[in-house]
Design a protein around this ligand. Structure first.
Ligand code: HPA
Ligand code: ZN
Length: 320
């Protein structure tokens, strides 16, 4: 675990929805689950790639129906994150995945924001919310969702881009991101998880991404690494996610140290803690045993996470 306070900058709140909460929410909402029991559901957490994970991730979201469900989920995440040493959290949610199931956007926002609003007092974790657009859905849906979020005056920190990456390049979302930026929102994007380095270039040049989520494939392109180093663009790397989605073969093969040694602004994050084998503390623990991550490296990663956050300068100063 980190010895200094750190920030989690890349986690999807829907990815904190674990088997036990899935069963509890199904019962509360009187829904039938297509699993014979907890063990049956738990046996399905074997993934071969990003899509095989996304299939289960979207299916399980069906149990999230009310503001109370979203609040319970968010509180559950914040409690665990605080216990792992997180002092600031920037959380993605996938609004399109909920409105297409008939859950009103306001209901989703009310639940998540209720938990986030109490987070600093309740858990000592300051927080912010990022709306992620689903890149494998029509661009028009993302445009509409941004319009709705603005109309509702959702107190967002910014927007991101997630879901199936290959075949859905950032270039598709240039206009949506331009509008988000013009509204004063921060912008980040998943790129270079399964997709090629070219998608990272596009996220920087066409979307104006201030951070790259994942970005591990930048290592295939020395000119891109030089650019990321030069411009001090943070990369929100998710080691256990990379292992479980077969982006890397094992934790011992993870290129985190190579990235640090290249001078990249790397941070460590959990992505989807209920799906990939643990919270950000578990990511650090496995890096320590898997690649011999040192205390000094953990310090750098912790500092990077605070500096790369969109927290106020006052909050950053408190945490550094
Ligand atoms: N990649 C892309 N989309 C996602 C992920 C991820 O790791 N987790 C949730 N949505
Ligand atoms: Zn992610």
């Amino acid at each position: 675990m980190a010895t200094t306070p750190f920030a989690e900058l890349h986690m999807h709140i829907e990815g904190a929805l674990g088997p036990e909460l899935i069963f509890a929410l199904a019962e509360r909402n009187r829904m039938h689950l297509p699993y014979s029991g907890l063990a049956d559901l738990e046996s399905r957490y074997e993934f071969t790639d990003l899509q095989s994970f996304l299939d289960l991730y979207y299916a399980n979201m069906a149990v999230l129906r009310t503001a109370e469900d979203f609040a319970d989920l968010t509180r559950d995440y914040l409690r665990r994150a605080a216990a792992a040493g997180v002092r600031h959290a920037e959380i993605f949610f996938d609004p399109q995945a909920h409105v297409t199931r008939g859950v009103p956007l306001q209901e989703v926002l009310d639940g998540i924001l209720d938990a986030l609003g109490a987070s600093e007092r309740e858990f000592g974790v300051s927080s912010g919310l990022l709306a992620a657009f689903l890149r494998d859905q029509p661009v028009h849906d993302a445009e509409e969702m941004l319009g709705e979020l603005l109309r509702l005056r959702a107190p967002l920190l910014g927007v991101g881009l997630d879901s199936a990456e290959v075949g859905y390049p950032p270039t598709l979302f240039e206009d949506v991101f331009a509008r988000a930026r013009s509204e004063g929102l921060h912008v980040v994007a998943h790129a270079g998880e399964e997709g090629p380095p070219e998608y990272i270039w596009q996220a920087l040049d066409l979307l104006g991404a201030e951070r790259i989520d994942h970005g591990v494939r930048c290592l295939e392109d020395p000119a891109l690494v030089a650019r990321l180093v030069d411009e001090e663009i943070p990369l929100t790397v998710c080691p256990l996610s990379n292992v479980r989605l077969r982006v890397v073969d094992s934790i011992s093969d993870h290129p985190l140290r190579t990235m640090l040694q290249a001078g990249l602004r790397v941070t460590v994050n959990s992505d989807d803690p209920a799906y990939f084998g643990g919270d950000v503390g578990d990511n650090f623990a496995q890096l320590r045993s898997g690649i011999g991550l040192t205390d000094a490296e953990v310090e750098v990663l912790a500092r990077n996470s605070i500096e790369a956050s969109f927290a106020s300068e006052a909050r950053k100063a408190e945490l550094l």
